[in-house]
Design a binder for this molecule. Structure first.
Ligand code: ATP
Ligand code: MG
Length: 383
């Protein structure tokens, strides 16, 4: 008897003619998620099986697989020889100790001596005769014992399933450059775009020496946590300290954040174009802070030719926090390190700055030279 993980996939089957392509990407993603853990991955009749792994690492394998986008659900299964004794031995382990249950059989091997109903009845009967606390309920059972008779003289027996991450396989919906701060929102934004199949590449702006090594480690940790879903183990960073100094020295204080955000968007656009990313992704949410008004968002959009995806635009902070907790980034996000945006933070940021006012203040800076200098600090980090 061998323990296996059964993987069912979600929206992929909707993709008609592209199905083969989606399945290939999905297979590669499952392999990436399981990298470093001994296993074999096989596809059989609309699902995948993970076999031949170290059973002591079962929980880890399950966790990793459940995070892969495109996974609808997973079950722990037992692979046994398909004679009734073999199936029964596994069914006993899968069945509950008490309460109502139902046996469901699917037969891929049509030459098997019993049909599906007969197999279910035989196994159900044996379970009942061994355990007086069990009762059959075919309409609303508390538990199910599922049997899958396969063609190679083997059968798969499994019970309940756990919900997977859903979504589409990462790598099937283009590439986006995620502006990843050290905050709560941007990791969630990256998660959401990856969930729809986008390859999400994180970019972080730091203000060393105003921000310290701890702040950088925190962002690396966030990027690593995110990579469990995005399967992208890279982080790009750019220093913007000199830009903040210039803005602070020469421009109206209430525009500090607005002007810095425009520099971030310009630099991000340069990097995105260089690496072939098709859009920028931010964690902005309408009205959350002064820079996230329609005027603020418009002033950032004005300096990039790329679409800016803001998957959290209509989310309340509580909803974002809930999701951050669920995906496991929250505890790292709230670690108290300074983000570049908190350096030189104005007391009263402009809430609805007019574009003409922004451009007037920005004209006091040598924008191109500042961007050139920032590009010189570009770093590529393998996580
Ligand atoms: P977050 O929790 O994501 O930091 P926030 O509510 O603190 O968001 P802002 O600080 O106004 O909001 O940032 C808005 C968005 O701008 C962020 O979600 C992120 O996408 C981007 N951003 C802000 N600071 C940085 C940074 N240092 N590096 C990269 N992107 C950043
Ligand atoms: Mg922030």
């Amino acid at each position: 008897m061998e323990k296996v993980v059964i993987i069912r996939y979600s929206e992929i089957h909707l993709k008609g003619k592209n199905r083969g392509y989606f399945e290939r990407v999905f297979t590669v993603n499952l392999e990436r998620a399981l990298k470093g853990l001994r296993h074999e991955l096989h596809r059989t009749s609309g699902r995948y099986l993970v076999e031949k792994f170290d059973e002591a690492r079962f929980d880890e394998i399950m966790e990793r697989v459940l995070r892969v986008f495109g996974v609808h659900s997973c079950s722990e299964g037992l692979l046994v020889s398909s004679d009734l004794d073999g199936i029964f031995a596994a069914a006993k382990l899968v069945a509950p100790q008490s309460g109502t249950f139902k046996v469901e059989t699917h037969r891929a091997d049509k030459k098997y001596p019993l049909n599906s109903m007969e197999i279910s009845a035989a196994i159900g009967g044996r379970l009942l005769s061994e355990n007086a606390n069990l009762k059959v309920d075919v309409h609303a059972p508390e538990a199910r014992v599922c049997i899958d008779i396969r063609e190679n003289g083997r059968a798969l027996v499994f019970g309940s399933s756990l919900p997977g991450a859903g979504g589409m396989p990462v790598g099937t919906a283009g590439t986006g450059l995620l502006l990843l701060s050290g905050g709560i929102d941007s990791p969630v934004a990256g998660y959401m775009m990856a969930k729809r199949g986008m390859t999400v590449e994180p970019l972080h702006f730091h203000s060393y020496p105003y921000t310290n090594e701890g702040a950088k480690e925190k962002v690396k940790e966030l990027a690593a946590l995110l990579s469990r879903y995005t399967l992208v183990g890279r982080l790009r960073t750019v220093n913007v300290a000199h830009i903040q100094e210039e803005i602070h020295k020469k421009c109206a204080a209430d525009l500090n954040v607005t002007l810095l955000r425009r520099f971030m968007f310009r630099i991000a656009t340069r990097i995105a174009e260089r690496m072939g990313a098709q859009c920028l992704i931010t964690g902005e949410s309408l009205g959350q802070v002064a820079s996230q008004t329609m005027e603020g968002l418009t002033s950032s959009n004005a300096v990039t030719s790329l679409p800016v995806l803001r998957p959290l635009i209509g989310f309340d902070k509580e909803e974002i926090i809930e999701r951050a907790r669920k995906i496991g980034t929250y505890d790292t996000s709230v670690l108290p390190y300074e983000d570049c945006c908190t350096v030189f933070l104005p007391e009263h940021p402009a809430i609805k700055p007019k574009l003409s006012y922004i451009e007037e203040e920005e004209a006091k800076l040598d924008v191109d030279a500042l961007i050139e200098d920032a590009m010189g600090t570009f770093e590529f980090i393998e996580l």
